[in-house]
Each structure stands twice: as C-alpha cells, then as structure tokens.
Write a protein that binds this ligand. Structure first.
Ligand code: ADP
Ligand code: MG
Length: 691
C-alpha cells in the first residue's frame, strides 16, 4: 500500500488479492478499496450470540459453534441424506441435509470447526435441518476466549477462489493503512452533536471488533450513514423541486363552492384542511409536489375533484391517472357527476378504446376542449398531448414508478402534482421514501362511518356465514367474495374464482351472483360493475382486481377466501371496499391453511381498523421490500440499516441532512459527502443540480 492509493483504487492492486480474486470479489460488488471496507459481516459470533449445546431448547432459533465428530451419507427409503454430529464439549447435536447432499458431502468433513445457525428440532435427540453454516479456524472458540468472530456473506464465486471469512480479515488487515486514507464526510461538530464515532474507526471496529460495545457504536455510526445519504438525497430533491417555477393558480373559482354546496354531505375537518393545504400550495408560483395520504374510505376522491375544479377555474387542464381500468372508470363517473354540473368537461382515456373514439378524445384534449382527463397508463402514451396541462393527480401512487409519474408531468409545463395513496406506509418509510414531498394527511373518517367488524372463520363455519350473507342480501345489501392469487399464476387465480363462483351459484340459489376478473373484456367488466353498482347483482365474486379504489356504498359484507395468503395491507385495502355506506359492515376472513404465523397476522385484522397500525405490523413481518415495486425498492441500498428498528436514528439523520441541504445546497463545502452521494444515488439525482 503506497500513500498515493485512495479509496477508489481497484481492489486488484491490493496485496493479497490479484486478478483472479478481484474477479470473484467483483461478483459481490467489490471493485474498490472503499467497496471492500463497506462489505460488512452479516453476523458475529461471540458469547452473547453463541449458545452452548447443553442450553439449547426445542424451537430455538440459535447459533452454535462446535466440531464435527462424525458425518456421512445415509440412504433413506427413497432418497439420500447427509448427517453430521456436532459437539462443543457441553453436548451433541445432529445436523441434517436432505437436499444438496453431494455438495455438503464435500463441504463438511470430520474434524471441521463449524458455526451453525438454524431452528432446533427434536427427533431422536436435538437436530437442525438444513442449518446455515460457516467453516471456522480450528481454534475458533468465541464462548471460552471472549473473542468476536465476524462472518461475511460468502457466495459460491468467492468460495471457488478460496475466499472465506478469514480471507476478508486477512486482506483488510494486510492493507490496514487504508483506514487512514478514509476521510470523514461529517465535521467533528456533527459527530460530537450526534454522538457518533469517526468513520474510519467505525469501519475498523466493524471488521475487527474488540468488544461488543465498540461493535455497537460502530454499527450505530454506519447505520446513521446509510439513513443519512438517503435523507440527504430526499432533502436535495425537495430543495430543487422548490425552485421549479410554474403558474400560480390563485383564483378560487365559484364552481368549487357550488360543487361543495350540492354534495349532500359535509366535508370532514380533515378533508377541509387538506383542501386548504393544496389550494394554498398551487397558489404559489412554484410547482406543488404533495402526497395526500388517507386511509381507504377517508374520501380522497372528492378532495381531488374539488381541487381539480379549482385548477380548471384558473384556465389549466387537469389529468388524473389511476392504476386500473375499473378504477379509472369509477373516477370518471365520480368526476363527471360533480364537474358537469358546473360545466367542466371530462374525458376518459384507457387502453382498450376504439381507434376512432380515442382519436376524437386526443384531439379534444389537444385543443383544450376537455378540461379534465381521467385515465390509466394510457395517459402517458406518446400521442397524448395537452394544450395546457397544469395539474396532475396520481391516484394510488405507490402503484406507479417515478418514471411513469415523470412522463405524465412532462406533458405540461411544470404542472402541480398531487399524489394520493391509501396505503398507510409506516412513518419511518414515509419520511424516507416520500422525504422529497410535502405531506397532507386525512386522519379522520366521514362521520357516518361505523368501523367494519372483522372475523376470522374456518371452513367448518362457512355454512353459518353463507346464511348470514343470505340475510344481508334479503335486507337489500350486497356482498363481495374475493379469491387470492394462487401460486402466482393468473390462470389458477381465475380458476379458483370461477370454481368458487360455480359453487356459490348453487349455495345461493335465487340470488344474483356476478363474476369479475382481470382477464375479462373491458365491456364485460364494465357491464358487471355497472350492474353491481345498481344492485342488479347481489353478490360479486372476484379475483383481486377489486382491491383498489372501487366504491359501492351499499356493499356490507366482504368475504375473503384463503385470507392467510394475503398481506395485511392488502387485506386492509380489500376490507376498505365495505363500510362505505350507512349499514353495519362485515369483513370475513376465511382461513383454510392454518399456521401460527398466519393466525397471528389475521388476528391483527380482527383487532384494529387503523391502517397505520396494520402497515407497521406488515413492515415488521414482511420487511420493506414488499411495500414497493421493484423499481422503487432498489432505492433502499441499506446493508446494515433497518427500517423497522432504526426509527430514532432515521429522525436524527433526517435532521442533519436537512440542515446540510439548506446551508450547502450544492454540497460545495462537503466534497466527500458529495462524492459518496453521487456514487450511491447518481441515478436518483437527475433533477438535482449539485455538480
Ligand atoms: P378513498 O379515500 O378510499 O379514495 P373515496 O374517495 O372513494 O375514498 O370515498 C369513499 C366514499 O365516501 C365515497 O362514497 C364518498 O362519496 C364518500 N364520502 C367522501 N367524503 C365524505 C364525507 N365527508 N361524508 C360522507 N361521505 C363521504
Ligand atoms: Mg380512492
């Protein structure tokens, strides 16, 4: 290591690496010295994490370190398995592999020192099936020596060139000087204020922890960094949006008042508050960038209608984009009903319209004859041109990518943007993922609402449920029955719903039942939805197409088949389809495949109607990845950070990021920070000028 080397020096030139190993390291994203230092161990073995075999209990999720006493292949009735007996001086435990026997046979040998991790089961003695295992040095003994052993994420590529846990430590140790070339991106003042240790020390501790304590402060520092850069990205993005000038829509418009007067219900205080927030935002000569969050049924549509009317009163066009055709149709009906009264023209633009019809609509949009266009992805096609698009609404915005939203916005000259979502994302996620937006929250339901009563039922009680549904229908109300996606293929999804439909037709003789699914023709779908909204269909059987948005106030029972297969937020969305009218409403979760975890999950649905609580639980159980589309989740580059448990760190990191973004918008005084930000998030910085 010569002093001229920097953190961007290719890894290949470090002593102990060379071209072959560099190639393997590249497969796990390690190209430079910096990448190597930020390749953190995934687990540590020490007294606090390793258990003595003597102390393990059935069902423990545990880590054990021991030596292989005997091992070998065994022929069971049909297949081979591999067993190894591990001892640590306090006891013995059997490790079992049913799969990959050929590979394990080579990997595990008598006398090997192993760290194994897995769930302890009891079958003729304690055993762990398919443990996660790491080979250790023959003298590794974290329990008795008090040492801490880092375990790195190893892949087949790394193992092929004989890179193991020890290799990482050895390569880093041999190049120890690199720690001294790391420049901290925080000033000492920030470190002191936030009680953080310097970056180079944190990296040293993460690879060579001397005690549990210094490992923890190192983790804290590195977690802080990961959250910080994401928060900085968002703060800079927000700053740059704030600079985009556009038309100030200041006129209040008599139409808005007129619509409101004729609604037939009072807006809730929360609805009035968010309308105010939006209207004062669009009255500024800079583009609004606002997220409207409100639980299912909280009444976001009418908010969008009223602010759309206000925008039109200022002479601009409005576009509303919805994720599904059914939802676009329904919005079209709602908007038309309110807006036609005050002579604002609306049009619907969806994928499957006839060419002639589409052409006519496109011309009217281009001429400015249409004031408000409601549509699906069809809105972002190339041939859609506006005369004067000044306001964009994206409904269920988490269903769209940033790119799609951007294309729609580019059809106007910096239009104001209102994104709406009914997915109450956990707060830590909201301030991270939506950190570049202003937030309006509808935290109140219309007063006439009664909370939906939720019950989990097993198959054997279904007859009672059906009787109950029959009573509801006889009382004039309606019901929905939803079937889940089965094994990911739409065909079987459809098959399940169709089968259910056939069976229910027999069960409910004399009652009108309809079937709707994603692969029906648009006209057929419309006809079914139309009939259902007029109560000409009493029970609607469906696949999950009805998940988002649709609004049938007369529906009072939602029955969800195989409820255990749904995520909590999805169940909450589905449940939100009922309880929109005056009647008492019910959500029945049919559980067919009972497991501890699904029971626990579904019980949360019984307990609460609060979307935020449900979202938090969902985050805890499924992790952040499931909340967003792949494109969106690629954005969380966290290696050590944790959206579930780092709430306090996230808030602190956000504060620091905002202060820096405010004082040094182009990061001119923070060159190292800028370098790292560009390295990690360049593609998310297109709209932000920092270089
Ligand atoms: P979401 O927020 O889930 O999109 P919607 O906008 O579809 O909810 O509203 C659900 C239902 O509540 C609609 O039938 C709507 O007309 C009605 N609604 C909206 N606001 C109120 C209110 N303030 N009082 C009574 N009903 C309302
Ligand atoms: Mg809605």
């Amino acid at each position: 290591m010569t002093p001229s080397q920097t953190s961007t020096t290719p890894i290949q030139y470090l002593p102990g690496v060379g071209p072959k190993r560099a190639e393997a390291l590249a497969t796990v994203g390690i190209d430079t010295v910096d990448d190597l230092l930020h390749y953190y161990p995934r687990r540590y073995l020490d007294r606090t994490t390793v258990k003595s075999i003597h102390d393990v209990k059935k069902n423990d999720e545990t880590t054990i370190v021991g030596t292989v006493e005997v091992c070998g292949e065994r022929q069971m009735r049909k297949r081979k398995l591999f067993q190894a007996v591990l001892s640590d001086g306090t006891g013995m435990i059997t490790l079992v592999w049913f799969n990959g026997v050929k590979y394990i046979k080579n990997a595990v040998n008598k006398g090997d020192r192993l760290a194994v991790h897995g769930k302890v089961e009891f079958y003729n003695g304690f055993q762990i099936v398919h443990p996660d295992f790491d080979k250790l040095d023959s003298d590794a003994d974290p329990i008795n020596t008090g040492t801490i052993i880092p375990l790195y994420p190893l892949t087949a590529e790394l193992k092929k060139v004989r890179i193991d846990h020890r290799s990482f430590r050895r390569i880093i140790k041999e190049n120890e000087e690199v720690f001294s070339i790391i420049k901290d991106h925080f000033e000492d003042r920030v470190l002191n204020e936030q009680k953080l240790i310097p970056l180079n020390i944190a990296l040293q501790h993460i690879h060579f922890p001397e005690s549990r304590e210094n490992l923890l402060v190192a983790m804290e520092r590195l977690k802080f960094d990961e959250h910080f850069f994401l928060q900085l990205l968002m703060a800079l993005r927000k700053k740059s949006y704030d600079k985009i000038g556009t038309n100030a829509l200041t006129k209040s418009g008599v139409q808005v008042q007129q619509i409101e007067d004729e609604l037939g219900f009072e807006l809730t205080d929360a609805q009035q508050k968010v309308i105010q927030e939006i209207r004062s935002d669009i009255a500024q000569p800079k583009a609004m960038n606002r997220l409207l969050q409100g639980d299912v049924g909280s009444g976001k549509t009418i908010v969008a209608i009223l602010v759309a009317a206000a925008a039109v009163a200022n002479g601009v066009q409005v576009a509303i984009m919805a994720p599904t055709e059914i939802l676009a149709h329904q919005h079209y009906e709602s908007f038309k009903k309110q807006l036609n009264k005050v002579h604002i023209s609306c049009a619907l633009l969806v994928g499957k319209q006839k060419a002639a019809e589409r052409k006519q609509i496109l011309e009217a949009i281009k001429d400015g004859k249409i004031n408000v266009v409601i549509g699906t992805h069809a809105l972002i096609q190339k041939d859609v041109e506006f005369k004067n698009l000044g306001f964009v609404v994206v409904d269920e915005q988490h269903r769209f990518g940033v790119v799609q939203r951007g294309i729609l916005l580019q059809k106007g000259l910096h239009p104001h943007l209102l994104a709406m979502t009914a997915t109450p994302i956990p707060r830590t996620m909201a301030i991270t993922y939506h950190g570049d937006m202003d937030l309006s929250i509808i935290d109140e339901m219309p007063k006439n609402r009664k909370p939906v009563i939720t019950k989990i039922v097993k198959e054997d009680r279904l007859q009672n449920v059906y009787n109950f549904i029959r009573d509801e229908v006889q009382a004039g109300r309606q019901c929905m029955v939803v079937y889940p996606l089965v094994e990911e293929t739409e065909k079987s999804d459809l098959a399940a719903a169709s089968e259910g439909f056939e069976a229910l037709q027999i069960t409910f003789k004399g009652i009108k039942i309809g079937l709707i699914h994603g692969r029906m023709k648009k006209d057929d779908k419309d006809a079914i939805m139309d009939a259902y909204s007029k109560n000409e269909i009493n029970i609607l059987v469906s696949t999950t197409v009805i998940e988002v948005g649709i609004d049938i106030p007369n529906a009072s029972v939602m029955l969800i088949e195989h409820a255990e297969r749904f995520g909590l937020t999805q169940l909450h969305q589905l449940r939100g389809r009922v309880g929109r009218g005056i009647a008492k409403s019910y959500c029945i979760l049919v559980e067919r495949n009972i497991r501890d975890t699904s029971r626990k999950r579904l019980a949360i649905m019984e307990k609460t109607n609060d979307g935020f609580i449900i979202a938090d639980e969902d985050l805890k159980m499924r992790g952040p990845g499931k909340f967003f589309s792949t494109e969106q989740s690629g954005f969380f580059k966290h290696k050590i950070a944790d959206m579930v448990t780092d709430g306090i760190i996230i808030r602190k990191a956000r504060e620091v990021a905002q202060t820096i973004a405010k004082a040094d918008t182009k990061l001119e005084n923070h060159p190292h920070m800028k370098e790292r930000l560009l390295q990690d998030y360049a593609q998310y910085l297109e709209t932000v000028v920092i270089s």
